[in-house]
Design a protein around this ligand. Sequence first.
Ligand code: PLP
Ligand code: COI
Length: 337
Amino acid sequence: MEKKNIDWSNLGFGYVQTDYRYVSNYKDGAWDAGTLTTDATITMSECACVLQYAQTVFEGMKAYTTEEGKTVCFRPDLNAERMIQSCQRMKMPVFPKERFLDAIYQTVKANAAWVPPFGSGASLYLRPYMFGSDAIIGVKPANEFQFRVFGTPVGPYFKGGVRPLTLRVSDLDRAAPRGTGHIKAGLNYAMSLYNIVEAHEQGYDENLYVDSATRTHIEETGGANILFVTKDGKLVVPKSDTILPSITRRSLVQVAKDYLNLEVEERVVGVDELGDFAEAGLCGTAAVISPIGKIVDHGKEYTYAGMGTVVEKLYKTLTGIQMGTIPAPEGWIMVIE
Ligand code: PLP
Ligand code: COI
């Protein structure tokens, strides 16, 4: 199979229309068989529940080409499970795990020419999502839904590639206690748009959210979890019921313990601890591990090593596992043949 003629190494994080996407419709209480289509557009009611009341959830994952030339996906089972959690919270029908995995498999296989080559630094970002599609005007869940998966080749999430990021501690909140911060619903991102535009206008790369109940604990950014490294080399990851359970973060915790012999603390992290850490990074599918250079908390500036020793080791080990140069733990890699 011949790859598309693309300047893979200079891709940013944007949408490029690929050849095939997967679509399945839910009606009268059941999902249809699902199919691949070349139609990248959606036609639905002007009153669709997703358009009026934002009933939509999504996932983000990546396909890579390994050094041996295989096409692989990283821990898609965890995305399937998290989407089920998201659907349950949003009163949407579950798309079964086996079907989710099959949809990913079919979409990646059909778009194999779009999976960036090994060594390019790019990957095929996959976006599974579901939305309420029938006309709903009183506030209630939809009766009909569509599940789709498309792929788009991407490079680094942050402009300028891997470089130390500058975050600001946000004045606006992302997630309420007992709200929806722990699921991947479009609404969590809609409400962050005002804040990300303002952050960019002020020269920051991202907003760092604190817990909205006490505003004393570190949560996460708009599109990634955060991790810290202490001066004596321990990995510290914030624990909270109102952040997204990042698959990258959960994988890094295991990598730190089993591959790098690091001590790991998963615990509440106080805003008043920001000055105690040597290194910091954002982690997520899109962000991979993006080193943090500075966090600004209302005039107080905390600086970090950027791609410091521990962040770099985590980055190299994780991406090595994803690209097949380092053996992966059992069950982490789905090969698409
Ligand atoms: N937190 C938020 C708000 C996100 O949007 C993402 C991206 O998916 C993450 C964290 C990282 O999660 P994951 O590592 O599963 O991609
Ligand atoms: C991902 O990392 O997959 C996300 O969904 C984050 C998003 C901000 C692009």
